[in-house]
Design a protein around this ligand. Structure first.
Ligand SMILES: Cc1cc2nc3c(=O)[nH]c(=O)nc-3n(C[C@H](O)[C@H](O)[C@H](O)COP(=O)(O)O)c2cc1C
Length: 311
């Protein structure tokens, strides 16, 4: 099985990826949070710079519904040395969907088909797709999958929810199984794998050699030892998690301007990591409030030494 790290805006950028790689090194492919405009922002540029991704297998992600924009961004990425890009057809956020981008583009299958025809015709890079199964209901999936079948995708990553689900409701395994049965593409499953049991349930559901890749997002953020646990059955130690945490903190301090920006990122991370400790609430409350890195470090040290790691 190959394990992919999910793109998560504000969370799984290059600082997190590099710290993860140094500490655990068991991810086969990282997809970056999305790039949305022709003129890459400095955050986007930093995230994809080869020097910031040395030794990692990284596929940058593009979010657009305009073929000319996609092609222009892909050209830029080619100049940076990338040979594969990922198209985001899964983002459920209201502002993105309102512009018919991300999962919103799934509402316009004819336009999507034309868009894919053009980018697959003209793009010099390989293209993978990360998709939801529809906007309103799973009945849309068959048509969307039939469209994907016409193009030579590098791979198809499926998060089997509809846009309207956001992250609620259970992933719709029937829709994923339909793809396993009918698609010619290499498939990757994504959604709600947060434990070894979840992983076994998903892969046990699919007794098919076609599924040899899964993508994990929130599960890794809650428990960075998750892939190791799945692969080797061994739980990661609290000491190893602390070292990983410290690496991320130092990484952000090096690249972000000002303590507040670093703390903003670390607080976001704690909304996931915090779930894996016994009684974390009183520490998390103070962590959320602090504006100083020195105080933040003391709070985190206390949490690690006084509470147990129980992912
Ligand atoms: C805060 C947040 C940011 C995300 N950013 C992106 C993104 O930039 N691109 C993308 O394709 N998916 C994005 N996702 C979706 C994840 O990649 C993934 O599909 C989703 O979390 C389901 O997988 P999981 O259950 O393993 O977390 C984001 C999700 C969250 C919660």
């Amino acid at each position: 099985m190959k394990f992919y790290m999910a793109p998560m805006e504000g969370l799984t950028g290059f600082v997190y990826r590099n710290a993860y790689h140094r500490n655990f090194g068991d991810v086969d492919q990282y997809i970056t949070p999305f790039i949305g405009n022709r003129n890459l922002s400095s955050r986007e540029k930093n995230d994809i710079l080869p020097a910031h991704n040395a030794g990692l297998s990284v596929v940058p992600q593009i979010l657009t519904n305009r073929a000319d924009d996609f092609l222009e961004i892909a050209r830029t990425l080619q100049e940076y040395g990338y040979d594969t890009v990922n198209l985001n057809l899964g983002c459920p956020s209201g502002t993105v969907v309102a512009k018919y981008r991300g999962a919103g583009f799934l509402a316009l299958p004819d336009e999507l088909d034309r868009f894919l025809e053009e980018i697959f015709h003209k793009c010099p890079l390989r293209i993978s797709i990360k998709t939801r199964i529809g906007v309103e209901n799973p009945g849309e999936w068959e048509r969307l999958l039939a469209i994907y079948e016409q193009y030579p995708l590098e791979e198809l990553i499926i998060h089997p929810r509809v846009q309207k689900d956001f992250y609620k409701n259970a992933p719709r395994m029937d829709a994923f199984l339909f793809a396993v049965k009918t698609s010619r593409h290499a498939l990757c499953y994504n959604g709600d794998i947060a434990s070894l049991e979840d992983y076994r349930q998903v892969t046990g559901n699919i007794a098919d050699a076609k599924l040899n890749r899964v993508m994990l997002g929130r599960g890794i953020l809650k428990n960075p030892g998750l892939i190791g646990e799945i692969r080797g059955g061994k739980r990661v130690s609290k000491t190893a998690v602390k070292k990983f945490h410290d690496d991320i903190l130092v990484g952000y301090l090096e690249v972000m301007s000002g303590e507040r920006n670093t703390l903003f990122r670390m607080k976001e991370l704690w909304s996931y990591l915090g779930q894996s400790f016994t009684s974390p609430e009183k520490y998390l409350k103070k962590i959320r409030k602090t504006q100083r890195v020195s105080e933040y470090r003391a709070l985190v040290d206390a949490l690690f030494s006084e509470q147990e790691w129980c992912p």
